[in-house]
Design a protein around this ligand. Structure first.
Ligand code: CAA
Length: 284
């Protein structure tokens, strides 16, 4: 599908990153969101990231322009009727994703693979919303998408070998390294990462340490590129909470109980970098 249309649902931090890597790999990309304000912001973010590469001398301006030209946007899901492959990267809410997949199943041609960038919602549950569960798969990119090498490729129970192979090859085409996971809550990445972040939040909640000290311990003590609280702010605290809820609901095991402080922050609109305030202040 070299020159084919690649559909991305959602122009937020994951969606625009995925659109950028697909366009950089030579695909024509159609990126959708519910408001023009969001698609404009997503496209501007791609332009900014490409501009950074040009400034650093890692890319010619002409190449950056060509990549950006490959990305078109829409606020109508109906426009996905001509795409050959879809990645859904909407907000991490089950009801929302279910509706998108029901709609995409109606809109897209029968051969089209419908993948989801969900960070923890079971692929089988999403696939069951469609009449093509064999063509539904998890394609879980990491944030920031243009920088992070990994894509977790998750098989649902009904995912076909052909769907898996096409998705795997696409990851390679994007210059990413895929890793295979099976369909259990949180898959591999968030099954391991999110309880660590949640535990760091418990340390803050119980005054074991200040945010800066908790992050310093993990950065300098364990050689993590950033501390767990700074990483939570980057991921988005609403997403972190949604993932912990999925783990907790999915396993019914108290070890996945979301920290009350995380819930309090989310309820107060402190969502991390995107809202200007999380465990750290990004307002200035
Ligand atoms: N978009 C594009 N490029 C970015 C970027 C962004 N948002 N943020 C940083 N970069 C680029 C920089 O331009 C820089 O590029 P060069 O090497 O070409 O100069 C490079 O990344 C390194 O950036 P910095 O020097 O500014 O800072 P850094 O060395 O501290 O790296 C980081 C920043 C890559 C974010 C690094 O701190 C890191 O790897 N952090 C951990 C990220 C992580 O764990 N991500 C996974 C989150 S979990 C997830 O996404 C899944 C989920 O479901 C929740």
């Amino acid at each position: 599908m070299d020159r084919a249309h690649f559909g991305v649902i959602g122009a937020g931090q994951m969606g625009n990153g995925i659109a950028q890597v697909a366009a950089a790999a030579g695909l024509k990309v159609l990126m959708s969101d519910i408001k023009e304000e969001f698609t404009d912001k997503g496209r501007a973010m791609i332009a900014k990231n490409l501009g950074r590469l040009v400034d650093k001398g890692k890319m010619e301006q002409g190449e950056a322009d060509t990549i950006l030209d490959r990305v078109t946007t829409t606020v109508s899901l109906e426009d996905m009727k001509d795409v050959d492959f879809v990645v859904e990267a909407a907000v991490e809410r089950e009801d929302l994703k279910f509706k998108i997949f029901r709609d995409l199943d109606e809109i897209c041609a029968p051969h089209v693979i419908l993948s989801t960038n969900t960070s923890s919602i079971p692929i089988g549950r999403i696939a069951a919303q469609t009449a093509r569960p064999d063509k539904v798969i998890g394609m879980h990119f990491m944030n920031p998408v243009p920088v992070m090498k990994l894509v977790e490729v998750i098989r649902g129970l009904a995912t076909s070998e052909e769907t898996f192979a096409t998705t795997w090859d696409l990851c390679l085409k994007f210059g990413k390294t895929p890793a295979e996971a099976n369909d259990f809550p949180g898959f591999i990445a968030n099954r391991i990462l999110m309880p660590m972040i949640n535990e760091a939040i418990f340390c803050l909640y119980q005054s074991v340490g200040k945010a800066e000290d908790i992050d310093t311990v993990m950065k300098l003590g364990m050689n993590h590129p950033m501390g767990p609280l700074a990483l939570a702010d980057l991921i988005g605290l609403d997403t972190c909470l949604a993932i912990m809820e999925t783990l907790y609901d999915g396993f019914k095991d108290s070890k996945y109980r979301p920290c009350p402080l995380l819930r309090k922050y989310v309820e107060s609109g402190w969502l991390g970098r995107k809202s200007g305030r999380g465990f750290y202040d990004y307002s200035s």
